[in-house]
Design a protein around this ligand. Structure first.
Ligand code: NAP
Length: 285
């Protein structure tokens, strides 16, 4: 039976460590780091995510601003707000909650955020820097996934890692981070034939698809570390991952639950990225 990777506990430790640093940062630099979160429209899931991000910032003791804009907000209005925040020396991190309403070009918006305030790490310059090995904001979910794997004590170097899902925000950056830690990485996707033949080789299996039961117990190598990134809402309102927990936990050595695994880490890494942007601006000034 697999041991549970407790994302709530690991994320709480990260947030508590940041919280403990706040008085020193304030004393040294005259103010605390500040995260600005922008939400456009009324997407209920987005509202929950945004609320959790602001709550985490408050818990950690950083400054936070929440800008709630109506659905009818134009792309030009949003870009103008971002330009203001880019120029505001009191703001260290700018996050625009996705998805955006259809009339707004999300990529254009992401690339309007100053690269040094891009706490999500989605800007093309941050994505490029990650791939060529330069310092950058690393996307929060992939960064959190690596921390969860590290929390198990299972080494990454020399292991075979299979990542299912090749999105720009999860799959691709996770694969690069695992590669950087000297895993041998397979990046699988919807066109991968015979997925099971790959997953059965995985010492580390990261599943970021967004479909229930993409991975079942018979697909898991005995003893593997299984990270379930999926967040699927069932008809009864409950949240479930991409991995069939009941069967996969019989085979795996370690496994993340959903909820309580990757989700809390994403928010903790956002807090860490905001502090890193705050510090980077002061070191480079
Ligand atoms: P995405 O952009 O929709 O990408 C999904 C990926 O899964 C694609 O690469 C797709 O392949 C692949 N895929 C689809 N069906 C597949 C199948 N049957 N077998 C193998 N691969 C398949 O999703 P995402 O943004 O990466 O998110 C993935 C999941 O993680 C979602 O449930 C999302 O809600 C969750 N998530 C959670 C957090 C968190 O903080 N916990 C953060 C981000 C995302 P193709 O490229 O070939 O289409």
């Amino acid at each position: 039976m697999a041991k549970i990777i407790d994302g709530k506990a690991v994320s709480a430790a990260v947030k508590d460590a940041l919280k403990a640093r706040m008085p020193e940062l304030e004393a040294r630099y005259g103010r605390r780091p500040c995260l600005c979160v922008i939400i456009v429209g009324e997407n209920p899931a987005s509202k929950v995510y945004v609320r959790n991000k602001v709550r985490a910032a408050q818990y950690v003791g950083m400054e936070s601003r929440l800008v709630e804009l109506p659905e009818r907000t134009s792309e030009a209005e949003l870009l103008s707000l971002i330009a203001e925040l880019n120029a505001d020396s009191g703001v260290d991190g700018v996050l625009v909650q996705l998805p955006l309403p259809r009339h707004i070009d999300a990529q254009k918006v992401i690339e309007a955020i100053a690269v040094e305030k891009d706490v999500d790490g989605f800007h093309v310059l941050n994505a490029g820097s990650l791939w060529v090995g330069r310092p950058c904001s690393v996307p929060c979910t992939p960064k959190g996934i690596l921390r969860l794997i590290d929390s198990t004590g299972v080494g990454i170097e020399g292991k075979t890692a299979v990542v299912i899902g090749r999105s720009n925000i999860v799959g691709k950056p996770v694969a690069k981070l695992l590669l950087d830690r000297n895993a041998t990485v397979v990046l699988a996707h919807s066109r991968t034939p015979d997925l099971k033949s790959f997953t059965l080789q995985a010492d580390i299996l990261v599943v970021a698809v967004g479909k229930e039961r993409v991975v079942t117990g018979d697909m898991v190598k005995p003893g593997a570390v299984v990270i379930d990134v999926g967040m699927n809402r069932r008809a009864d309102g409950s949240l479930t991952g991409d991995v069939e927990f009941e069967t996969a936990s019989q085979a795996a050595g370690w496994i993340t639950p959903v909820p309580g695994g990757v989700g809390p880490m994403t928010i903790a890494m956002l807090m860490e990225n905001t502090v890193d942007c705050f510090l980077a601006a002061r070191v480079s000034a």
